[in-house]
Design a protein around this ligand. Sequence first.
Ligand SMILES: *Cc1c(COP(=O)(O)O)cnc(C)c1O
Length: 387
Amino acid sequence: MIPYGRQSLSEEDIAAVEAVLRSDFLTTGPAIEAFEQAVCAATDAPFGVAANSATSSLHLACLALDLQPEDRVWTSPNSFVASANCALYCGAQVDFVDIEPGSWNMDAAALEAKLQQAAAQGALPKIVIPVHFGGQSCDMPRIHALCSAYGVKIIEDASHAIGASYTDDVGQSHNVGACIHSDICVFSFHPVKIVTSGEGGLATTRDAALAQTMLELRSHGITRDPARMQGESHGSWYYQQLALGWNYRMTDIQAALGASQMTRLQDFITTRTALVQRYQSAFQDWPVHRPHLHQENRSAWHLYVLCLESRFDRRAVFDSMRAAGIGVNVHYIPIHLQPYYRRMGFSEGDFPQAERYYNGALTLPLYPDLTHEQQDRVITCLWEALG
Ligand SMILES: *Cc1c(COP(=O)(O)O)cnc(C)c1O
């Protein structure tokens, strides 16, 4: 089976992990900061806080922005459930903003209309979580301008998008993760993502106080910094719990793998981009909607997704690809249609663009070690599957 995504590990990656295993620290050691610094350097972010998953990082980000049970969070229905669940962990309410065709990202025009309506009803969200679907940045300058006008905070779910960049209205390029148009940006290092640490997440921010809060909440809400304590420190063994935190720590084993992988970030994206160009030209005249890349954007190309025209039976196409040994997938089942979310009152028809897209969506294999021969087989099989 050719999978839809998989990690690319080098001998250097393996040696980096081995070195940690032979060192003094398996967790909370020097590899964590080295990894955080590698991600900060690659994204132009001043602060980075690693965690054991992006799901944990999203939760930490919501906590740092003081999300409370009476608050609301809006995200994209076209995402993994973690983008919405993080709000529920804080007891907040979740709602969604529909997507735009082409990029399948959160539609900034739909956001504008929904914000206007919510402002009139006194029901504005505290946080909006745009998701950079497939690796392409959302329209962050516009989303940021809209959210700022209403005092709404932004957490970017950039689980797909480390190494991506976009250009603002005055032609300046920004890396996803630099947080020029958001409060916090979260990356995932799960093995199917661009760069892996086995499991792992990391939140970047330009705000030192947000970084400090996420750092403390990642480890039980505890500090060892006398300057942060109430009253006097009792001595160098002393720590204080300042808030209710979690154990969301990443191990040094994971951090070492992540830092080693980060040295190949540009290579990974170059290889993915070249493979995508082959797909894009192969499918040029096919009855499929190809992903539309905004010209000024550099996608990290986590996913290569097609949307089949409605006359095709996606399920039959999917099954025939799988039967041929091609590990196609579907990203994403709209979050609001999950049984858990339906119980909150969501139903079919709530976000028609996300639903229409889902009905035709098909994710094709894309990862750095995919060979041209394998890719050609994917293309041939798809042609046959479409009949
Ligand atoms: C993978 C993913 C997550 C969760 O990442 P983990 O590191 O597995 O917790 C969250 N959001 C999106 C969009 C993802 O693709």
